[in-house]
Design a protein around this ligand. Structure first.
Ligand SMILES: Nc1ncnc2c1ncn2[C@@H]1O[C@H](COP(=O)(O)OP(=O)(O)OP(=O)(O)O)[C@@H](O)[C@H]1O
Ligand SMILES: [Mg+2]
Length: 383
């Protein structure tokens, strides 16, 4: 069976991924959008496709990537500063994700493979104080910073943390604060903290997750002094968390960054707990392969063959981030899907498929990067 619709969807998907890899983001965006449209169409029309799960998965993945690319484009255009900046109206709402909010990520610590040290630190610094505040006569630190190489689970584990803690989640990104509301950025920092205090004053635990905190400190040529104003506002707000009995509030600011060295000392000091989210070691890489392959098997008609050597896969993927490993599994699955379109037969994924994929997908981390975190930690690690 040759299905022109599926063929076209895959073509757009392929173009999108290639353009994305080559750094042609406009082209990537355009093609991701077209691919999603077609995949959605297919899922609706072809209820019996064996790849329903796969397509749904791709729709989600591409949507996430589109949002990232759009954010990046936005940040870039405001950083360029050549055009006249339009100050957007100040009616931007702070998104408060209550426990029952449909927009809230559903992940828990169980979905996060490994990273047991990180989980332990987060329990000690956030979850236990929330569960039993009375045990903490001296209060608890309000600022927690997750740092480490890209794609190794910072954003992922922060979402899981909010669920584990049963906390209201207020989620923003540093780049958003700076770029969406240019000229308004410090007001938005104030708005976010005000909202958080409001919820916390009702006695409810709140986690403000500021993803990519380094984005707060990016210099915008178009806005003289903007960066300093935002930073000062932020420092003031952080210090204010301890004022007037606020010390007992269950309000936590969790930041994440893959470039901690861009943060200045004053800023870093407000995050008393700094937790390294490391790249996956061999053992964790084995676990990750098992995890993602299991998801593939659960999600559709494709199964993994008996000759897959997990130990070898882990060995071959030194310096691959957790996300890289996820991509390797997805791309390998794509191989089998592509063959299906040519031969109309679904076959198992084999070790050889993985070896082929690994020739194409290179690791996104290297020793130099890791040593930069090590250097930074010498001065700033906590615990
Ligand atoms: N420990 C893990 N277990 C399961 N999946 C993971 C794990 N770590 C990362 N992933 C997968 O990789 C994706 C990327 O991870 P995430 O976005 O959390 O990375 P990050 O550390 O925030 O990277 P960046 O610094 O680029 O923001 C996640 O959405 C998730 O699918
Ligand atoms: Mg992240």
């Amino acid at each position: 069976m040759y299905d022109p619709l599926e063929e076209r969807a895959r073509l757009y998907a392929k173009r999108a991924v290639m353009a994305d890899r080559a750094g042609n983001y406009d082209e990537a965006l355009d093609n991701y959008k077209r691919a999603i449209e077609l995949f959605q169409h297919i899922v609706r029309l072809r209820a019996d496709t064996p790849f329903r799960g796969v397509y749904t998965d791709l729709i989600n993945k591409y949507s996430v990537r589109i949002r990232q690319l759009e954010r990046m484009a936005q940040a870039l255009s405001s950083a360029g500063g050549r055009e006249v900046q339009v100050v957007q109206s100040n009616d931007v709402n702070v998104e408060v994700l209550d426990l029952d909010s449909p927009n809230r990520p559903k992940v828990t610590f169980n979905d996060v493979v490994g990273l047991n040290e990180v989980k332990r630190s987060l329990k000690r610094s956030v979850i236990y104080p929330i569960k039993a505040p009375d045990l903490y006569a001296l209060g608890w630190p309000k600022g927690v910073m997750l740092y480490g190489p890209p794609g190794c689970g910072k954003t992922f584990i922060a979402a899981a943390l909010a669920n584990e803690a049963g906390a209201v989640l207020i989620k923003v990104s540093g780049a958003d604060i700076m770029s969406k509301w240019l000229g308004e950025a410090e007001k938005n920092v104030a708005r976010i903290f005000r909202k958080a205090r409001e919820v916390a004053s009702e006695g409810r635990p709140v986690i403000v997750f500021i993803d990519e905190v380094d984005g707060l400190l990016r210099i915008y040529s178009s806005e003289v002094g903007g960066e300093a104003r935002v930073k000062n506002q932020f420092l003031t707000e952080m210090d204010g968390l301890y004022d007037k009995g606020g010390g007992r509030q269950l309000l936590f600011i969790v930041g994440a960054t893959n470039k901690p060295w861009l943060l200045d000392v004053g800023f870093i000091r407000r995050f008393q707990k700094r937790i390294y989210v490391p790249p996956p070691d061999k053992e964790l890489r084995t676990e990750l392969f098992k995890h993602f392959i299991k998801k593939v098997e659960e999600g559709g008609a494709v199964k993994a063959g008996g000759n897959i050597n997990y130990d070898k896969l882990a060995e071959l993927t030194e310096n691959y981030s957790s996300h890289d490993i996820e991509v390797v599994v997805m791309e390998t699955l794509n191989r089998v899907i592509e063959e299906y379109f040519e031969s109309n037969r679904v076959r198992e994924i084999t070790m050889e498929d993985f070896e082929e994929t690994l020739k194409e997908i290179k690791p996104s981390i290297d020793e130099i990067l890791i040593s930069k975190y090590r250097e930074w930690a010498k001065n700033y690690a906590s615990e």
